[in-house]
Ligand binder design. Structure first.
Ligand SMILES: Nc1ncnc2c1ncn2[C@@H]1O[C@H](COP(=O)(O)OP(=O)(O)OP(=O)(O)O)[C@@H](O)[C@H]1O
Length: 246
């Protein structure tokens, strides 16, 4: 299996507070990895370190056989290969749906407007938003905004999509439409790293589940193993608490 990203001995501290401790895991091509764990366990910080929105305090991020944390490596090139989907969509309100999906392509990838629009249209169809290309984000529901944000990230044709709790900011009735799109993307073979509180999604869609607790990876395995036969007591406790909440 081809490795897309390998995280090795990653640490992150904010002042004296050690938030990530010796994190090691890899993401392979075509794989869906879900990161689960309690609030404050470090899931978002880990994703933000992978995307370099936070600077790791130590360790390595290996991409194409190079440690991208080495100063001399091209960080911009690496970041354009990651598609990021945030909790809060982060769309530009002064641009249309189509504009949101073409700006990055034109500015960063230097695609022409025509090329960028053709690619954006393709991915807007994938997420079922092709009939809203002239709308502004404020005219859309949360679920629609998140689908546009997914299309925008896909339009950059990244090697891996990173999702940071993509349904946490949505009204409950809109969670399903976003998870459905994500499931279809997973089935199409996209490589995905997903921080999520949606245990149903992790159980059904993930190839591998990483359980984080207090800044460490406490356990990882396939969904069957993590959800049905967890080895660690803290995994069992977390699942019991979370699944009881509903
Ligand atoms: N910029 C920051 N400065 C200081 N502390 C931070 C910062 N970002 C995160 N932290 C701390 O790091 C810890 C882990 O936070 P993180 O958001 O990664 O957890 P999480 O598992 O994603 O939680 P949640 O599920 O609630 O989003 C928390 O204790 C948090 O307060």
């Amino acid at each position: 299996m081809e490795q897309v990203i390998a995280i090795q001995h990653l640490n992150k501290s904010f002042g004296q507070h050690e938030v990530l401790k010796d994190i090691n895991f890899s993401v392979y091509k075509g794989e869906v990895v879900c990161i689960i764990g309690s609030s404050g366990s470090g899931k978002s910080t880990l994703l933000r370190c992978v995307n370099l929105l936070e600077k790791p305090t130590g360790g390595q991020i290996i991409y194409q056989a190079k440690n991208i944390l080495d100063d001399n490596h091209n960080l911009t090139a690496y970041r354009t290969k990651l598609g990021m989907v945030f909790q809060q969509f982060n769309l530009f309100n002064n641009h249309t749906v189509l504009g949101n999906c073409t700006i990055g392509q034109m500015q960063v990838l230097k695609r022409t407007k025509a090329e960028a629009e053709e690619i954006a249209m393709h991915y807007l169809k994938v997420v079922g938003m092709e009939n809203y290309i002239h709308a502004r984000p404020r005219q859309l529901s949360g679920g629609q905004k998140q689908r546009v944000a997914i299309a925008r990230a896909l339009s950059m044709e990244p090697d891996v999509m990173l999702f940071d709790e993509p349904t946490s900011a949505l009204d409950p009735e809109m969670v399903g439409e976003v998870l459905k799109v994500m499931k279809e993307l997973a089935e199409s073979g996209l490589t995905m790293l997903v921080v999520t509180h949606e245990m149903g999604f992790a159980k059904e869609v993930a190839d591998r589940v990483v359980f984080m607790d207090k800044g460490v990876i406490a356990e990882e395995g396939n969904p069957e193993q993590i959800f049905n036969t967890p080895i660690q007591e803290r995994t069992r406790e977390f699942l019991k608490r979370t699944l009881e909440k509903g």
